[in-house]
Write a protein that binds this ligand. Sequence first.
Ligand SMILES: Cc1ncc(COP(=O)(O)O)c(C=O)c1O
Length: 355
Amino acid sequence: MNDPQLPLRPNIAEMEGYVPGFQPPDAHTWIKLNTNENPYPPSPAVATAIAGELGGEGENLRLYPDAGSTRARAAAAEAAEVYAYPPEWVIMANGSDELLNNLIRAFADPGDEVAFVEPSYSYYATLVEIQGARARRFHLDENFNLVDFPARYNGKVFFLTSPNAPLGFSFSRECIADLAARCVGMLVVDEAYADFASTSAMDMVHEYPNLVVTRTFSKSYALAGMRLGLAVAHPQVIAALDKIRDHYHLDRLALVAAEAALKDQAYLHQRVEQIRATRERFSAALREGGYTVIPSQANYVFAIPPDRNGEGVYTRLKEHKILVRYFARPNLCHGVRISIGTPEQMDAVLQVLEV
Ligand SMILES: Cc1ncc(COP(=O)(O)O)c(C=O)c1O
């Protein structure tokens, strides 16, 4: 059969498409430390809320969800110290990926420049390609400072992943304030992992109207399967994002899950503390075994073996049904990114690596 000649936009016809981290079909037979999921279940309030929303026979599913995510936004706005913003400063999303996508669509025309740090979350490049914008990469020096960032940066959007993925370090608040002042366009601080960190730029949104902070429920809230994220930004930015999103982007179950999870901050903090403690213990053990481990502010570590052969570590662990993330890129192939699981899972890693 001949391929039909479809009138695709040239950039879509030519692009490769994003390859997400491997999700094995038999996930339960693996120790899965490759996509930074939470090893613990979400707050028990989430399952209760979902069951309640489903109703006995799922009768509520007949009806469209609340297009404005009103209750979830209010819960986010109220939730504890980090989200202390009025609801008009907050938007919910179908995973933070949806926000990253819509931020580019809102601020960058085809041909405009959008920047991010190399290395960081590789999905930004795909989103830039889809939009037909131009990607610019800023590199890091050996102390994780940005190299050659202009005094006045004219790109439309600059994505700063903090904590950095996959390296795990956080940019300081001073650095973020400095970047916000230098950016003529939008500075998006992707705080997917900030619940595990000791620093955040969330409160700085008040001061810088061009600053957007995005968060995900996929990691600290253990809700990767629900696809939930949020952003905090000036109400004008939120209004723009509201205009361009799909109107019913969050389903009924996701909305009640978000609200329940946000209202259970005590559970969040307890799980985050557990994971941080495991991270510190695991990092120390690897270092004792001769590995270099970048001090991590996230729920993963970037670990470099003494022989700087990241692929070797990946393969060895895979032979024992432990999945970690190896990046075959020149600036990352000397190590692996290992998500922090339960203490028992991390002990299994240490045992295979004989450290
Ligand atoms: C830095 C970073 N940003 C955003 C995301 C996407 O998160 P979500 O699951 O909310 O779409 C990820 C997922 O791994 C990530 O690592």
